[in-house]
Design a protein around this ligand. Structure first.
Ligand code: NAD
Ligand code: UGA
Length: 463
């Protein structure tokens, strides 16, 4: 089947960048990204490409090249579904906040809404692609909804999980380690797989395109995220042991990472992992294991989350303890609020939890993040529902300038590994601070010995 029209439901962190790259690499295909959120769509269509709603290095250039040519952003969901041969579902699948599986299971209500909408609108055969991260066997539920519409349309459901990381989305999409496509083993299923393989083949080498059955593909996505997060919790667990024993976690990570069986990546000790997916996907995995009665499997993976929560708590407790067991009315600067560098995404960022703890201790937080607005900082704190918005507003301020944020503070905490933080004039920062001047480097990105020479009391992670 020759694909000429693709639609993607969900113009978020995955749908937007993924479709922009497909459009850039496949000028012969018309790609329409739709979303219910009219403000988000308006931002994607902003005349100035620098105002698109997602900050990713290189993304605005890709959008500038393809938008209006064969890349379109729209709120007309029905029209886009009707016209497309392939429909990607790339909506959010957050952890359920109500009912059965609350706090663990993935909330599939947005997925089901998409399936019902496709079922209602489709008048000819469609390939429906699960781009969102989903519990294993979700395709079965989608198929059941689509097959029961009675309008005679044939649907093929593929699983094509996304492995991009934020901050490097464009690079990851242009040069993926692999593209995974799961589909039915029937002849129609294989034809659908081939249609999607052909799309990716416009820029991805054939040996990097892996095809499997649907369930393997769905489960591989949860498994990949669980393994990645597990490495961070493993190194973070050992960072605490380093602090007790005189070992240095950076040296340990280097030493073990040189073993080619372990490898050097994803061994950076930190204040804890954040982001919208690791926690949600592991909780989902734990829930699935429990639902099959696999309690040991569930407990094994849950430990990754327990360790991560411990690491965030340990960081805020460490600040309070070091500042003579009280931070009441003390000003503490936060450098970074995003969950990692090079993104404006703050979902599940460790900064939110650390700030929440410290505001609970009556500290005043002064935030500087190059890409995060004060509105977002407040919304993140309000979302935790620990205290009133008014109290959060009293507890946190944001600054456009890092030197202003660090003025008169008792301590500075590094929450995100933005490159610029290491380039600052730390002598100037030191001069403007209360003394003794403390730095808590939750990312181990600053030069500890230089800071100590200036006069800072420096604490990193795992040393
Ligand atoms: P997101 O919240 O940024 O975007 C989802 C979008 O879907 C929102 O704009 C929302 O308005 C829209 N939406 C929801 N229901 C809709 C409907 N019925 N019709 C039209 N639009 C609808 O989410 P995201 O970060 O892009 O994640 C999407 C999925 O991709 C999740 O399952 C996530 O686990 C997975 N994933 C995310 C990343 C990442 O880096 N963020 C990476 C890989 C996979
Ligand atoms: C992660 C995966 O890396 C992607 O492959 C996956 O597609 C995505 O989740 C998803 O499914 O959403 P992302 O969360 O965007 O991507 O970013 P990561 O680079 O994985 O970082 C996650 C968190 O772990 C960040 O808070 C980061 O600072 C932290 N981290 C990462 C560490 O603390 N140490 C490390 O060594 C690596």
């Amino acid at each position: 089947m020759k694909i000429t029209k693709i639609c993607c439901i969900g113009a978020g962190y995955v749908g937007g960048p993924t479709m922009a790259i497909i459009a850039q690499k496949c000028p012969q295909i018309q790609v329409t990204v739709v979303d219910l959120n009219a403000e988000r769509i308006a931002d994607w269509n902003d005349e100035d490409v620098n105002n698109i709603p997602i900050y990713e290095p290189g993304l605005s250039q890709v959008v500038a090249e393809a938008r209006g040519r064969n890349l379109f952003f729209s709120t007309e969901v029905d029209k886009a579904i009707d016209e497309a041969q392939i429909i990607f579902i790339s909506v959010n699948t957050p952890t359920k906040t109500y009912g059965k599986g609350k706090g663990m299971a993935a909330d599939l209500k947005y997925i089901e809404l998409c399936a019902r909408q496709i079922a209602k609108i489709a008048k000819d055969n469609k390939i429906v692609v699960e781009k969102s991260t989903l519990p294993v066997r979700t395709a079965e539920a989608i198929k059941s909804i689509l097959d029961n519409t009675g309008n005679g349309v044939q649907f093929q459901i593929l699983s094509n999980p996304e492995f991009l990381a934020e901050g490097t989305a464009v690079e990851d999409l242009l040069h993926p380690d692999r593209i995974l496509i799961g589909g039915d083993e029937t002849a129609e299923g294989q034809k659908a797989i081939q249609a999607l393989v052909d799309v990716y083949s416009n820029w991805v080498a054939p040996e990097k395109i892996l095809t499997t059955n649907v369930w393997s593909s769905e489960l591989s996505k949860l498994t990949a995220n669980a393994f990645l997060a597990q490495r961070i919790s493993s190194i973070n667990a050992l960072s605490e042991l380093c602090e007790k024993t005189g070992a240095n976690i950076n040296e340990v990570a280097k030493a073990i990472g040189m073993d080619s069986r372990i490898g050097p990546k994803f061994l950076k000790a930190s204040v804890g992992f954040g982001g919208s997916c690791f926690q949600k996907d592991i909780l989902n995995l734990v829930y699935i294991a429990k639902s099959y009665g696999l309690n040991e499997v569930a407990d094994y993976w849950e430990q990754v989350i327990i360790m991560n929560d411990h690491q965030k708590k340990r960081f805020s407790n460490g600040i309070v303890q070091t500042l003579y067991n009280t931070v009441a009315d003390k000003k503490i600067a936060f450098l970074g609020w995003a969950f990692k560098k090079d993104t404006n995404d703050t979902r599940e960022s460790a900064a939110i939890y650390v700030a929440n703890d410290l505001i609970g201790e009556q500290a005043k937080i002064a935030v500087y993040d190059p890409k995060v607005s004060h509105k977002k900082v407040l919304a993140d704190l309000d979302y935790l529902e620990t205290r009133s918005s008014k109290k959060n507003e009293e507890g946190v301020q944001s600054f456009e300038n890092p030197y202003e944020a660090c003025k008169d503070v008792h301590a500075i905490a590094i929450l995100t590994e933005w490159d610029e933080f290491a380039q600052y004039d730390w002598q100037k920062i030191y001069n403007g601070m209360q003394k003794p001047a403390f730095v808590f480097d939750g990312r181990n990105i600053l030069n500890a010995s230089e800071l100590k020479k200036i006069g800072f009391i420096y604490q990193g992670i795992g040393a």
